[in-house]
Design a protein around this ligand. Structure first.
Ligand code: PBG
Length: 323
């Protein structure tokens, strides 16, 4: 026998020496929910270990972000009042814009403060855009709302805007609105290959979603790879600084292809359902929690992610280097 691949796996030392994938804390981003109308952090039952924060609990959380050296946080706002156009999304004193300002005030440029740019947390019907007379999501009317929201978030100080609404032309519209107002340096991270996924289930509780129905007229059909590649290409042409594939684990083929061809950094979002499945199986004693989490993150990195959005970012930042 001439070839014995097992020689490279025989000890921790050799495995560590030849490992192809490196994942550092700086590549992890923590999604953070900030709710209005609660006086202390509120647990999300479908996501054990994750809470809705208050404005007052953000500074301590950010201290942890700095201590672990993760890349930054992505803020989601949970307002008490929702309406047809999502008016709290661009109100300067809306919960998300207040949260951005609170974070900026605490950390400045020491870490990245990102904000979700989408209307679903702010609309009473729960859709990512405004509706037309027939109840369908109106793409171009929604773009105007996104432009207003982008300016509110940029004014509050967000470093990166996370465009997650899947409206056609959203990157170009937001880029132009930002540039016209002098926010040339505000970055756009576009959720380019965002699929209509059941893995978002627990997130709906996290943001008190009122959605009835689904998002299949705007998010991508899970059967389609080409659509994900096209959306990514269009977003890059329109000026996206970073593109994202979402969810992560069930979409590693999409992630891999995007990473092979993208001229800009590629992020992947390990979404709520991916988190909850591992936590639930662990609680039942069916899998080894920590090992499964580390493996899932390393596999997402192996497939080509430069950045990974994960609810385990803080807890696992320093465990990724362990063997
Ligand atoms: C939309 C948005 C969603 C998620 C992130 N941004 C929900 C959706 O598209 O239905 C899901 C994230 C997760 O499941 O962890 N603002």
């Amino acid at each position: 026998m001439h070839i014995r691949p097992r020689r490279l796996r025989n000890s921790i030392s050799i495995r560590r020496a030849v490992a192809e994938t490196n994942l550092s804390p700086r590549q992890l981003v923590l999604p953070v929910f900030v709710a209005e109308g609660i006086s202390e952090p509120k647990p999300i039952s479908a996501m054990p270990g994750v809470v809705q924060h208050t404005l007052a609990t953000l500074p301590a959380l950010l201290d942890e972000v700095l201590a672990t050296g993760i890349g930054g946080i992505m803020l989601f706002g949970v307002p008490t009042t929702k309406d047809a156009t999502g008016s709290q999304a661009d109100a300067p004193d809306g919960i998300l814009n207040q949260a951005i300002a609170t974070c900026l005030n605490h950390v400045g440029n020491q870490t990245l403060i990102m904000a979700d740019l989408c209307l679903d947390e702010f609309t009473d019907h729960g859709h990512c855009g405004v509706l037309d007379a027939h109840g369908a999501v109106d793409n171009d009317a929604t773009l105007e709302r996104y432009a207003a929201m982008a300016l509110a978030q940029a004014r509050a100080g967000a470093h990166i805007l996370g465009l997650s609404g899947m409206m056609d032309g959203q990157v170009a519209t937001v880029r132009q609105a930002l540039d016209n107002a002098g926010f040339n340096n505000t970055l756009i991270l576009s959720y380019s290959a965002k699929y209509a996924s059941s893995f978002y289930g627990p997130f709906r509780e996290a943001v008190d979603s009122t959605l009835e129905g689904d998002r299949r007229t705007y998010q991508i059909d899970p059967r389609n790879l080409k659509a994900g590649l096209l959306e990514t290409q269009l977003d890059i042409e329109q000026g996206a600084d970073i593109v994202m594939v979402k969810p992560a684990l069930a979409y590693l083929d999409v992630l891999h292809q995007v990473s092979e061809t993208s001229p800009v950094p590629v992020a992947a979002y390990q979404v709520s359902g991916e988190y909850s499945m591992i936590e639930a199986a662990s609680q039942n004693g069916w899998i080894d929690r920590d090992a499964t989490i580390v493996e899932s993150l390393r596999c997402i990195a192996r497939a080509g992610a430069d950045l990974i959005f994960t609810y385990w970012a803080l807890e696992f930042a320093d465990r990724l280097q362990q063997d």
